[in-house]
Design a protein around this ligand. Sequence first.
Ligand SMILES: [Zn+2]
Length: 117
Amino acid sequence: MSRLDTDKYRELLLAAEAETVAEIEQLGDGITALVDAAHNSNHDDEHDPEGVTIAFERSQSDALLTQSTQRLSEVRAALARIDDGTYGDCEVCGKSVGWERLTVRPFARTCIEHAPA
Ligand SMILES: [Zn+2]
């Protein structure tokens, strides 16, 4: 098996890391603003359309934040795999994940066959 050009993927991962960190900061700011907005609005969510909207936006932002945080840890784990030389190997079968897949998903841990559903 030919070794992957890990420098290229390291660059992709570092870009993804920076992007995700910025995203998390932005979401955090958004959530802070929503929390403030919720404090300033009527606390009676059921009868206050604005309160419902804020609660909805809050749950959306929380979900996105969870996703981004998860992606960040995937990206960092992938960078660690580059360092220990296991990057690009499927976690399940040990075969190559494939450069096409890594280009789209540089933090993929498994080959397409063993990708979690
Ligand atoms: Zn596999």
